[in-house]
Design a binder for this molecule. Structure first.
Ligand code: ATP
Ligand code: MG
Length: 776
């Protein structure tokens, strides 16, 4: 057997060596699904399958890159290069570029990111004189996006009375018209948005059987990672392409399906066996990533979901330390805890910063963590905030480049026509749009004919427009001979951008210049990395495409040593030795928006499962008792997810440890930290809440400081813990289990547990710190 295959266990070998036919690997986190895909590709190539005939679809481009690198070590660099690997979006953007003319697009089409889409939608809403409070840009965009991902075209929309009725009911009767306008404008501008990359691929494969046949023949072996998070549009593409040879291998974990809000359809994985004949099903059960404690804790969580496939996950790894639970007074304290704990761990265990990740539910939570890390001098990188390529100054340069490649690109033009300031005002701009729409031409075409078109602008403005047009045309001429770097460098200077930024000596201004320099370096790298530059236009178009589809996860070259901060959604598929999951509070995680239905809550629970299973050696769960949200300090209760973990896997910090990290935590507030003194929470929230804004919380007027902190009244609702002495024989009521009697009490401090016999029959041992108990 080839040497690399010995790095797989028997269960992993089976799907790896299964060369032909449809197959699915369903397995829990960390069991080697991605490893199987990787090795399977190497094996196929060793079996004589041509790399050009293999298509592998991953969730991030970074994952694709890593897989490719691993495969290269087995089959050699030059062969691995020929593999088609990447996200759905990046792979099909390339195919669309080849085939663009069939769909009526220019092959140099540019790509609108969500920011561009939002701007266009906002201007359409304005042009249509609609109320922007009712037609909120982001909501409209998300509606359009879900239509596209369900393959509901504008035509299909207007043929579907139910959809129209639904939008009418939502007080947005003109949604279809906005949709139509948006699609027309994108088409006219020669651009595709993210959803188009899938929608148009589907259109291409359905309308042109010869094109479908070509790609079916090309991609004889198709592999898909993270299949549980594919949406309908992606599902159809995979089905169509694999239809002829049926060599389709998908891997996934239904318990890690976390993108329903973006249209992911968990049924794609659940129904796979019905979609193809003779599907081979493989299961992997051994987790190689995490300690026993982490694996078992994660199992105990996901068990609570009703909708799931039964799976076994176990590990032969060490027991490992228990999962540490920490509560803090405020979100700032939570940040300080994370920072101190990272420093502690680094000192004790000789670790790198990159051994740590801090995961949160929402991007906004990063601020307090960042502040704390910065204060302690711990280098960190935030992933998934504003990506480098979305920063204003970078988008400005890129917009010039987009306009050179594709002068029809409306949003690119609007961004740069008056940046740097050229005295072309909003009125002139509005008139240009009206004129372009009237003639059915692009804005740039109107500009090129500014002396002939009927447009109400004075001669001063006309001159300025003419100068701008000449400037762009001069760039286009240069583009025919220069490479992408030379062109970009010239554009940054000749457009006046560099001069403009040079005037700004604030640190922000300097940083912007540095960013532009960084962009130029990136373009230089790209140019040098290209094997043969056919012509500069091709190379620039390709660069712009890469950039449009890049996430900043992709930008990470992995060379710097920093703590990683990201949302849980982004962390899917990744692993880190030490993981802090912060903000484990009701209404935050689970999110207030996701407690309306069981299926939403179950998705939150899957998200928690994903978070916990990123950890290799040690996981921390933290929560704060009050937190700034929406500009207000609000009280919070610990997340139900903490309570749901079997307590034997948890290690709850003792009050003394707590005070070490949070000196402000003292007995006045949280009850007597003496051993044997019981602390428990008052009963809180019903398990399911009505959808809508978070239930009102008691607000505090000011941040607690050691001076203004006073013992809080037990009835004031200002704290979620109050002390009381629970003794054997007490009758208590639990939110979920109902009434019962205390049989025994054991443990000390924060670890006090009570054994309770509930009237409904069960005897349960509960950690009082989390049990939602009330003495009755
Ligand atoms: P996720 O569900 O989180 O995507 P996964 O099932 O894709 O996880 P992998 O990322 O492939 O799991 O593997 C998890 C970790 O276990 C990786 O570090 C991988 O290298 C390691 N691993 C997998 N299989 C083996 C094996 N047979 N021997 C040693 N290590 C392994
Ligand atoms: Mg994986």
């Amino acid at each position: 057997m080839e040497k690399y295959l010995s790095q797989l266990n028997e269960a992993q070998l089976a799907p790896t060596l299964q060369k032909d036919g449809p197959m699915i690997v369903i397995a829990g986190a960390g069991s080697g699904k991605t490893r199987v895909l990787t090795y399977r590709i190497a094996y196929l190539m060793n079996q004589g399958v041509d790399a050009f005939n293999i298509l592998s679809l991953t969730f991030t481009n970074k994952a694709a890159r890593e897989m490719k690198e691993r495969i290269a070590t087995i089959v050699g660099d030059s062969e691995a290069k020929n593999l088609w690997m990447g996200t759905f979006h990046s792979v099909f953007a390339k195919i669309l570029r080849f085939e663009a003319d069939k769909l009526g697009y220019p092959s140099n089409f540019t790509i609108y990111d969500t920011q561009d889409s939002d701007r266009l939608i906002a201007s359409i809403i304005k042009e249509m004189n609609l109320d922007k409070e009712i037609y909120k840009t982001k909501q409209v965009r998300s509606r359009i996006s879900s239509y596209k991902n369900s393959l509901i075209t504008v035509k299909a929309y207007f043929q579907n009375p139910e959809l129209m009725e639904a939008d009418k009911m939502a007080r947005r009767p003109r949604l279809g018209d906005i949709y139509k306008n948006y699609v027309d404008r994108c088409f006219k501008a020669g651009v595709m948005d993210f959803d188009d990359l899938l929608l148009k691929t589907n259109e291409l494969l359905t309308r042109f059987p010869e094109v479908l046949a070509k790609y079916q023949d090309k991609f004889r072996y198709i592999l898909v990672d993270e299949y549980q998070d594919t949406n309908h549009s992606q599902y159809l593409i995979v089905r169509a392409l694999s239809d002829r040879f049926q060599n389709i291998c998908v891997v996934g974990d239904d318990a890690q399906s976390i993108y329903a809000f973006r249209g992911a359809n968990i049924n794609n994985i659940l129904n796979f066996q019905k979609d193809y004949d003779d599907v081979k099903l493989f299961r992997l059960e051994q987790n190689y990533r995490s300690t026993k404690n982490i694996v078992n804790a994660a199992n105990s969580i996901i068990e609570k979901n009703e909708t799931k496939l039964d799976k076994i996950v176990w590990t032969a790894n060490d027991e490992g330390p228990k999962i540490k639970v920490n509560r803090s007074l405020t979100d700032s304290d939570e940040g300080r805890f994370v920072a101190s704990s990272i420093l502690d761990n680094k000192m004790q265990n000789q670790l790198l910063n990159s051994d740590f990740a801090v995961l949160y539910r929402t991007n906004a939570q990063s601020r307090s963590i960042e502040d704390a890390l910065r204060k302690r001098g711990i280098p960190y990188q935030i992933y998934g905030g504003l990506s480098f390529y979305q920063r204003k100054e970078i988008k400005d340069v890129l917009s010039y480049l987009r306009l050179i490649i594709n002068p029809a690109d409306e949003e690119a033009l609007k961004r740069v026509i008056n940046y740097p300031a050229r005295g072309i005002g909003q009125t002139t701009m509005d008139r240009l749009v009206v004129s372009a729409n009237g003639y059915g031409k692009t804005i740039f075409e109107v500009l090129q004919n500014i002396d002939k078109v009927d447009i109400n602008v004075n001669s001063g403005a006309r001159n300025k427009l003419r100068d701008f047009t000449t400037l762009i045309e001069s760039f286009q001429v240069m583009n025919q001979n220069a490479n992408a770097f030379e062109l970009a460098d010239h554009v940054a200077k000749a457009s006046g951008m560099i001069r403009e930024l040079n005037k700004d000596s604030t640190p922000e201004g300097v940083a912007k210049l540095e960013n532009i320099e960084e962009l130029l370096n990136g373009i230089k790298d790209f140019v040098e990395g290209q094997k043969e530059i056919v012509d500069a236009t091709a190379s620039l178009a390709e660069f712009l495409e890469d950039v449009a589809l890049a996430t900043d996860l992709d930008a990470d070259k992995g060379d710097a040593d920093h703590v990683a901060l990201m949302t849980i959604h982004l962390a899917k598929g990744l692993e880190f030795p030490y993981v802090y999951i912060v903000g484990l509070e009701e209404d935050l995680f689970p999110s207030a928006m996701s407690m309306g239905t069981r299926s939403e809550l179950e998705e939150e629970r899957r998200l928690f499962y994903v978070a916990l299973t990123r950890a290799e050696k040690q996981a921390y769960l933290t929560y704060a008792l009050s937190r700034y949200r929406w500009g207000k300090l609000i009280d919070s209760d610990p997340s139900r997810f903490i309570e749901e973990i079997d307590e034997k896997y948890l290690d709850i910090l003792t009050p003394a440890e707590e005070r070490r990290f949070n000196p402000m935590l003292d007995s006045d507030i949280f009850g007597d930290p003496e051993p044997n003194k019981v602390r428990f929470k008052k009963p809180v929230q019903p398990t399911f809440k009505k959808k809508g804004p978070p239930v009102s919380k008691v607000e505090k007027k000011q941040l607690p400081t050691s001076k203004n902190l006073k013992p809080v009244s037990k009835t004031g609702g200002n704290t979620n813990l109050f002390d009381g002495k629970l003794v054997v024989g007490n009758m208590v009521e639990h939110l979920r289990f109902g009434k019962g009697e205390v049989l025994t009490i054991e443990g000390a401090g924060a670890d006090v547990k009570a054994e309770i016999k509930f009237h409904n029959g069960g005897v349960k041992k509960l950690l009082l710190r989390f049990a939602k108990l009330e003495i009755i």
